[in-house]
Design a protein around this ligand. Structure first.
Ligand code: ADP
Ligand code: ZN
Length: 185
C-alpha cells in the first residue's frame, strides 16, 4: 500500500491534483473535507457536531477526523494505495497515520496567500460530485452547471472572504509544521 499525503493552503488545488493522481494510479482518494461536508449536508450527528467549526474556518476536532479516516481505510482496502487530501492537518493526526502504514510520498503545492484569496472569491463547487470551477480561470461549459454531473453549482459557505483568511491562518499555524516535519524526512 502506497500512502501519499498532499499539503497546500485552502484553495491551492489539492483536490484537483488529487483527482488526477487517483485516476492515473488507481488510488483511493480520501478528502476529509469532502466527507465532512457530506456529513453536514446529510445532517448526521457527526455532521452536526462539526458544522460550527467548519463554518468558522477552524479545524474539526482531531478525534472525529481520525475516526472518519480509520473508518474509510477499513472499508477501502482494495486499491493500490491512498491519497490523503487535507489530512493530516495536525501533529496528532500525523501520529495516527504512522500507525496505518506511514507516509511514502509527501507533496506540497505552494501558492501565495494573495493568489488564494483571489481564487477563492471566484470558486464554485458542485455539492453533488465535489468538482470545482472558477468563474474566470476554469468556468463550466454552461454557467452555474456542473460539467460532470449536471447539478447546480454553489458557493461553499467557508469560501466567504473572512472565513478564507481564518482558514489561511489555521493552515500556517497548525498544518505547515506538519508539512515541515515530512520535508525534513
Ligand atoms: P481546504 O483545503 O480548501 O480548506 P477542505 O475541503 O480540505 O478544504 O477542508 C474544509 C474544512 O473541513 C476545513 O477548513 C476544516 O474545517 C475541515 N477539515 C478538513 N480536513 C480536516 C482535518 N484533517 N482536520 C480537521 N479539520 C478538517
Ligand atoms: Zn457535479
Amino acid at each position: 500500500m502506497l500512502n501519499i499525503v498532499l499539503f497546500g493552503a485552502p484553495g491551492c488545488g489539492k483536490g484537483t491534483q488529487a483527482a488526477k493522481l487517483v485516476e492515473k494510479y488507481n488510488l483511493n482518494h480520501i478528502s476529509t473535507g469532502a466527507v465532512i461536508r457530506s456529513e453536514i449536508s446529510a445532517q448526521t450527528e457527526l455532521g452536526k457536531s462539526m458544522e460550527a467549526y467548519i463554518s468558522r474556518g477552524e479545524l474539526a476536532p482531531d478525534s472525529l477526523v481520525i475516526d472518519i479516516v480509520t473508518d474509510y481505510i477499513d472499508r477501502h482496502r482494495d486499491a493500490n494505495g491512498n491519497i490523503f487530501d487535507g489530512f493530516p492537518r495536525t501533529v496528532a493526526q500525523a501520529k495516527v497515520l504512522e500507525t496505518i502504514g506511514g507516509v511514502d510520498v509527501a507533496l506540497a503545492i505552494e501558492v501565495p496567500d494573495e493568489a488564494i484569496v483571489h481564487r477563492m472569491a471566484g470558486r464554485r463547487t458542485c455539492p453533488k460530485c465535489n468538482a470545482t470551477y472558477h468563474i474566470v480561470n476554469n468556468p463550466p461549459a454552461t454557467e452555474g452547471v456542473c460539467d460532470k454531473c449536471g447539478e447546480s453549482l454553489g458557493i461553499r459557505r467557508d469560501d466567504a472572504p473572512e472565513v478564507v483568511l481564518q482558514r489561511l491562518r489555521v493552515y500556517h499555524d497548525q498544518t505547515e509544521p506538519v508539512m515541515h516535519h515530512y520535508a525534513a524526512k
